[in-house]
Design a protein around this ligand. Structure first.
Ligand SMILES: Nc1ncnc2c1ncn2[C@@H]1O[C@H](COP(=O)(O)OP(=O)(O)OP(=O)(O)O)[C@@H](O)[C@H]1O
Ligand SMILES: [Mg+2]
Length: 324
């Protein structure tokens, strides 16, 4: 398994003149390459959490480590360039072309012109915008969804170790939002970025995150896979949150691959599902079958794992659960 990209050790943040903690005694480890969504209501501390990762805010207590090193010991400017940050308001520079917006950090890093041009082209293609058409435009000549894509491209320009995304799709219509979610998942599959993604939309949090951090009053209520959260909420708060959503609906977005365990011995005659089949179909299979498990196969028909009732209910082998 991967290294720990970001670790919070008993981190608290109290703003001046505020009696309450915006973030309170948070300890959490984010594994390299994982897509973690942070879900919570307004004022629960999500943005404060992200901004401490980026050193826009300093904690009042505790430590934050970046690949094992305290971020306080790192040069703030250099460190920040290793982190891509996409904010809710998009925040493109209005007087700069799309090309120049995306090239912001490469320019600071003094990359040569040709390399920058190549990178801009590659990124525009990655986020689904034709370079010829969009490179020379200004942000106001793009729709909100297109601007958000440019925001994503800009954050990825210098190949950051970590991407922080603060409600990036918040202001976007439902259909475009779905498309952007799909594209982000696709990009993540391809590039294996470490992503911290803030949202207050439970559907979005569960769809995108390998793991979800649920925050309330500055504290982490649960940090686990969507499946675990739905099936084993850590406390009443999480249980109520999950109850507001249609669990079966969520089982439709979770895949067999997310809960399977190793299929140790050869199994013949057992039923099979594809690794990208939904847990809903796995559940249906197990309910209708006398078998205690179902085998999971990849696109080529090779067995890659199995799912028993236990896996479906509780366990998730992909990540170790950490409950707060
Ligand atoms: N710069 C600041 N100075 C003082 N208090 C702040 C500051 N920024 C945030 N807060 C307070 O800290 C708490 C957490 O705020 P934060 O912005 O982290 O919440 P959030 O979860 O991102 O909310 P939202 O979903 O509305 O964006 C809130 O009570 C807020 O009023
Ligand atoms: Mg916020």
């Amino acid at each position: 398994m991967g290294r720990t990209a970001i670790e919070f050790q008993q981190v608290s943040k109290q703003y001046p003149n505020s009696p309450q903690y915006a973030v309170k005694e948070v300890s959490v480890s984010i594994e390299e390459g994982s897509f973690v969504t942070i879900l919570g209501t307004s004022g629960s501390g999500k943005t404060t959490f992200l901004k401490m990762v980026n050193r826009l805010y300093e904690p009042t207590a505790g430590r934050i480590l970046f690949f094992g090193e305290s971020i306080q010991n790192l040069n703030a400017e250099e460190y920040r360039r290793k982190i891509g940050y996409v904010i809710q308001q998009i925040g493109l520079f209005p007087h700069m072309t799309i090309e120049d917006n995306i090239a912001t950090i490469p320019n600071v890093l003094n990359w040569d012109k040709q390399k920058i041009a190549g990178r801009v082209e590659e990124l525009l293609e990655l986020v689904g915008l034709s370079p010829q058409e969009y490179r020379k435009r200004y942000p106001r000549q793009l729709s909100g969804g297109q601007q958000q894509r440019v925001g994503l491209a800009r954050a990825m320009a210098a190949d950051p170790a970590i991407m922080l995304m603060d409600e990036p799709f918040g202001a976007i219509d439902a259909i475009t939002r779905q498309t952007l979610q799909e594209e982000l998942l696709h990009i993540q599959k391809k590039l294996h970025k470490t992503i911290l993604f803030v949202t207050h939309d439970i559907g979005e949090a569960f769809k995108l995150g390998d793991q979800v951090i649920i925050m309330h009053n500055g504290e982490i209520q649960q940090f686990a896979t969507p499946c675990q959260i739905m099936l084993q909420p850590a406390n009443d708060y999480v249980a109520r949150l999950v109850a507001t959503e249609d669990t079966l609906q969520h089982l439709k977005v979770l895949t067999a691959a997310s809960v399977m365990s190793a299929a140790d011995s050869p199994h013949t005659g057992a039923g099979r599902v594809k690794s990208d089949a939904s847990l809903y179909s796995v559940l249906t299979f197990l309910l209708e079958s006398p078998q205690e498990y179902v085998l999971v196969e990849d696109d080529l028909g090779h067995i890659v794992g199995k799912i028993t009732w236990d896996e479906l209910k509780l366990k998730n082998k992909r990540h170790t659960p950490v409950s707060a």
